[in-house]
Design a protein around this ligand. Structure first.
Ligand code: IMP
Ligand code: MG
Length: 176
């Protein structure tokens, strides 16, 4: 039986695969000869990042950060605490932040400030999903997978109370 938490499908599995492949090709072309460092934001971005990285056809490296954003479970406050920092210094590196979803943009805004202060050679963002209607701060997002409507999304790494990250597609959380 289908889980009652899972609502309408927002991005099908095939569409995810197709778009991730396109993004990998684009990133490979843009970063040719530069050995970029992909920075995944735990935990949600891990799924997208691991698929994306296998579609990148140039030398590249990976590291992770974990951040906690204060606020309710569905609204971030913009006050962010670093739980796990990068293992390496990024001075002079070409850094690409890989995010699962940009909602208000407040978390990413903080990350861009924090990493930008470490003087990387370049700093860009690749987000699988963005919710344009919810954006509170204007941010430069170089690569976007899909724009989605203002619904709480689950699947392909995105969770609700830690559940549903394992879905192979992105769905809306069913409101009851
Ligand atoms: P922001 O700071 O409002 O942009 O939200 C950032 C974080 O909130 C994301 O990295 C996600 O972890 C989480 N988040 C925002 N919207 C959703 C959603 O629709 N589903 C699951 N997690 C979300
Ligand atoms: Mg996240």
């Amino acid at each position: 039986m289908r889980d009652p938490d899972i609502g309408e499908i927002l991005v099908q599995k095939d569409a995810l695969e197709h778009r991730v492949k396109q993004l990998g090709t684009e990133i490979s072309r843009d970063y040719a000869g530069r050995n970029p460092l992909l920075v995944g934001v735990l935990k949600g971005a891990v799924f997208f990042l691991s698929d994306l990285m296998r579609r990148i056809e140039i030398p590249c490296e990976v590291d992770f950060m974990a951040v906690a954003s204060y606020g309710s479970s569905t609204d971030s406050s913009g006050v962010v605490r670093i739980l796990k920092d990068l293992d390496t210094t990024i001075e002079g590196r070409d850094v690409l932040i890989v995010e699962d979803i940009v909602d208000s943009g407040l978390t990413l805004h903080y990350l861009l400030r924090s990493l930008g202060a470490r003087e990387p050679a370049s700093l860009e963002v690749c987000a699988l999903l963005v919710k344009p209607e919810r954006r509170k701060v204007d941010l430069p997002i170089r690569y976007v997978g899909f724009e989605i409507p203002n619904r709480f999304a689950i699947g392909y790494g995105l969770d609700h109370a830690e559940q549903h990250r394992n879905l192979p597609y992105v769905a809306a959380l069913q409101s009851r």
